[in-house]
Design a protein around this ligand. Sequence first.
Ligand code: F6P
Length: 322
Amino acid sequence: MKHLAVLTSGGDAPGMNAAIRAVVRTAIHKGVRVSGIGHGYQGLIEDDLRPLGARSVANVIQRGGTILRTARCEPFLTGEGRARAAATLRRHGVEGLIVIGGDGTYRGASALHEEHGVPVIGVPGTIDNDIYGTDVSIGFNTAINTALDAVDKLRDTAASHNRMFLAEVMGRHSGHIALNVGVAGGAEAILIPERPVDVEAVVDLLTAAERRGKTSSVVVVAEGAVPGGAVALQREIEERAGYEMRTVILGHVQRGGSPSTRDRVLASRLGSMAVEGLVSGRSGEMVGVDKRGNVFVPLADVVRQQKPIDEQLVELATILAI
Ligand code: F6P
């Protein structure tokens, strides 16, 4: 292999730059040229390629976001869009593609691999940590630390004013952020999309907590846990229980910032491993980490399977919230 390309796709995640850096420098170490594609699959369709050298990725390991830019690209979901993308790669003599991103990224990568035989390796990069086949994805650790810092601060005010807070964290379809931040922040309740939310039960729980002597509460809610998110939930709880609550939506703050040590090391490992995989002839796989160490997982499995929520942690959260 003489030439590979790298792109970032979907929501940005802290550590993506560290992964790009690892891809570029490992490739150079192996005598492979690297092109960076701008704005994810959109850049692949629109022929937005630029050469990346060792100095192009200097001073980026500590930066959040992605120097390549990113996008959620609708045209790539069509056969025609993917055909144009494959043609771009052929025109530039690119022999392998590394895609860094979340769930949607892999559907596109898997189709590109299957329909056009493009050698593709995926690197899991999303704050949601909802990718099947890897225990952790790049950006998750930084995002939960950011959200936890906010929840800790809310607790100060909650305790000082005897108040109830709803803290909405990201996760339209997954509750990994909410669950981890909720447990680490000592939340009175954690609401996630993987479990049906019974508002009456939440009211009962908060009332019971008050009776047990709690003077303030923080409920961590994943954005996709209830229709309308935490704002709608607050209204419903207030109507039913007569409490006054405050809602704080942490939103995109969780996607930004300098990556944690863990995310930088993970991104460095996975980015490098993706190059090793491509160069040794692997394709149609994602790199990940689990109990066995570094692993390659077929993209077809990543796309088809859902990462389960940690049931033990869900149970522990309830036990510890008394
Ligand atoms: O996939 C990451 C994520 O941050 C989700 O948690 C969130 O639901 C979504 O992206 C928000 O996407 P956008 O930035 O396109 O609004």
